[in-house]
Design a protein around this ligand. Structure first.
Ligand SMILES: Nc1ncnc2c1ncn2[C@@H]1O[C@H](COP(=O)(O)OP(=O)(O)OP(=O)(O)O)[C@@H](O)[C@H]1O
Length: 257
């Protein structure tokens, strides 16, 4: 599906990263990262395996600390805030990770209620039900409410995982490999869902992927990690308009082989 026009506010950086450096032993993974995520945009992060994409997400969410640089998320200096402030900030961020599995022994309804009951203590039964219905409707799976995760397809489970993240109304979504392991048609459906989430919830998102069809379909901008830095940032077409031998193979692998 063609992406609808979105309102991106370039004067409002929901994430602002400057001069970020991270090493593990002798391996200097991130070598001076600068990155902005604007309010309302989908930013795709590309890079070879081991280039530090997951490390970047962990730094943004305060799970790792850098040696150098600054990270501002929704107005918070992530490196210098207290553990309690970090916890409050994390509730404003939706994590959609490959391994964020559903609880197999709970119905879809219970899976979705779980984060609400844990993080929003004062909700009434009706408010919980309304929230569950609303996110299930948003991901097009209201009919699965009383089913068990094992009864759903991989693509449906992925959608429920996204619904479970949306139920806390995140301002930022972080998607780690959202289409990994899915067939091409289901991939397109998940990409459409990422765009629908952006429209409907006005979220700002970072999407980590190796899937260039996904990058093209969802990314308002694409940022490519090369040798520890974002050396190519722009629209999909801008990023791939190069003969750089570090970039070309990505495109060729996805589109011409
Ligand atoms: N906690 C850690 N301790 C030591 N090394 C780590 C740690 N976390 C990540 N690394 C190393 O940092 C590098 C970047 O890892 P990262 O998981 O960010 O890669 P990635 O770009 O997400 O890769 P992929 O696309 O395969 O998921 C790897 O070489 C990894 O081994």
């Amino acid at each position: 599906m063609q992406k609808e026009k979105v309102n991106i506010d370039k004067s409002n950086e929901v994430i602002r990263i400057r001069g970020l450096e991270k090493s593990f032993g002798d391996y200097h993974v991130l070598r001076g990262i600068d990155l902005d995520l604007y309010q309302g945009e989908n930013l795709v992060v590309l890079g070879r395996s081991g280039t530090g994409k997951s490390v970047l997400i962990k730094l943004i969410s305060g799970l790792l600390r850098p040696e150098q640089g600054s990270i501002n998320v929704l107005g918070n200096d992530v490196i210098n805030i207290t553990e309690r402030e970090l916890e409050a900030l994390r509730i404003r961020i939706g994590f959609s990770f490959q391994n964020s599995a559903l609880y197999d022994s709970m119905t879809i309804r219970k899976n979705l209620e779980f984060p609400l009951v844990r993080n929003r203590k004062n909700l009434t039964r009706k408010e919980i039900d309304d929230n569950v219905h609303s996110v299930l409707e948003a991901v097009g799976l209201l009919q699965t409410i009383n089913q068990m995760p094992a009864e759903l397809s991989g693509g449906q489970r992925k959608r429920i995982g996204i619904a479970r993240t949306l139920i806390l109304n995140p301002e930022i979504m972080l998607y780690d490999e959202p289409t990994a392991g899915l067939d091409p048609i289901t991939c397109i459906e998940i990409n459409d869902l990422i765009n629908e989430v952006q429209q409907r919830y006005n979220t700002s998102s970072i999407i980590i992927t190796h899937d260039l069809t996904c990058a093209k379909q969802v990314g308002d901008r694409v940022a490519m990690l090369l040798d520890g830095q974002f050396q190519r940032v722009g629209t999909f077409d801008e990023v791939f308009a190069t003969d750089d031998p570090r970039v070309k193979p990505f495109y060729n692998y996805n589109f011409t082989e």
